[in-house]
Design a binder for this molecule. Structure first.
Ligand code: LMR
Length: 329
């Protein structure tokens, strides 16, 4: 090696050691980087780097690469992962009251939803998560869920009877499908595509971003814009990790999270319309998928059939909590 190259190599080593982050935050999630949650996670990582001048690096592991459903919360407890943003259903074995958010037709629209999440009810739920030894940060959006199938168009609850649907692990979601005569089956998100493709299940319920980025449109023949339930996330951090994290850097991380929440929610709102256009285009060009909208009468029939499960959850979720959500104007 010439003297010049030796100096260049030594300088490169010095620069990289000066630049190397002092702390690493491992963030895990199960969806595509191209979803609102995925984009929000990447935005957070970028802002943490900027606000801490490179002292803290956030490494994002998307697509269940590091941990899948059921593993994320354990990994946070053990300190093997530091931040996760699981959907509400995935908290329900730890905080059963979180099944509240799975109740079909609970939220009237985005505005109602955000008032609930950012208000008293959202705080009650966060406190319960905190009491279980996690740092509860912010609520993020995926969107309203829609039914899909590879058997037939599902326009009325009776159309779903006898069909097998993939669900997340949640007693509410189980009851929701059983009440319309369908067969729910719990599967991790990472297995949904192959389960649909191989006919292990006939259908699923997903927000449009997850439906499209995971290519479920390729293995389903009918998508009904049912918007019968909501899928959202609570961003949580490992308590043991946060306790050891340097106090002087905490405000920057929290600031980056506040900005990421605002960004993620905006992305989710934009993404829904955008993704629907892409799905409609796919339906038109492929000829293998039909997209159905519901008439007000059909929608009312869904609400009537599914809301019938509420009383089953009065004791576990708390009737008062459900009433509080409904009372938010
Ligand atoms: C699902 O399992 O369907 C969702 O929770 C995936 C996600 O994180 O959006």
């Amino acid at each position: 090696m010439t003297k010049f190259f030796k100096i260049a190599a030594a300088t490169a080593l010095l620069v990289s050691s000066v630049m190397a982050a002092e702390y690493t935050i491992k963030l895990t999630h199960v969806v595509s980087p191209n979803t609102p949650k995925g984009k929000g996670a990447d935005f957070f990582a970028k802002r943490v780097g900027e606000l801490t001048a490179g002292k803290v690096e956030v490494v994002v592991f998307p697509n269940s690469q590091l941990y899948g459903d059921g593993e994320e919360m354990k990994a946070l407890k053990l300190g093997n992962a530091h931040i996760a943003m699981p959907s509400f259903s995935k908290f329900t074995s730890i905080v059963p009251e979180m099944q509240l958010f799975d109740l079909p037709f609970l939220f009237r629209d985005d505005d109602h939803l955000h008032k609930v999440l950012d208000g008293e009810v959202g705080k009650i739920i966060k406190d319960k998560v905190t009491a279980k030894g996690f740092v509860a940060l912010d609520y993020w959006d995926a969107g309203f869920k829609h039914m899909s199938s590879n058997k037939k168009a599902i326009l009325l609850p009776t159309d779903a009877a006898g069909q097998k649907f993939r669900i997340m692990s949640s007693h509410v979601l189980e009851a929701q499908f059983k009440t319309i005569g369908a067969n729910p089956q719990v599967l991790p998100f990472s297995e949904v595509y192959s389960a649909l493709q191989q006919g292990v299940v006939d259908g699923a319920e997903n927000p449009l971003s997850n439906f499209y980025t995971k290519k479920f449109n390729e293995v389903q023949t009918d998508l009904t814009l049912s918007a019968h339930g909501y899928l959202g996330y609570l961003v949580v951090m490992s308590e043991s990790f946060w306790k050891k994290f340097p106090n002087d850097l905490k405000p920057m991380v929290l600031q980056a999270m506040r900005e990421a929440t605002e960004y993620e929610r905006k992305e989710a709102a934009l993404d829904d319309a955008d993704t629907l256009a892409k799905i409609n285009e796919y339906a038109k060009t492929s000829g293998t998928l039909k997209v159905h909208t519901l008439t007000p009468e059909q929608k009312a029939a869904w609400a009537k059939a599914m809301e019938a499960i509420y009383p089953q959850f009065y004791s576990v979720v708390g009737e008062d909590l459900i009433k509080k959500v409904q009372a938010v104007k």
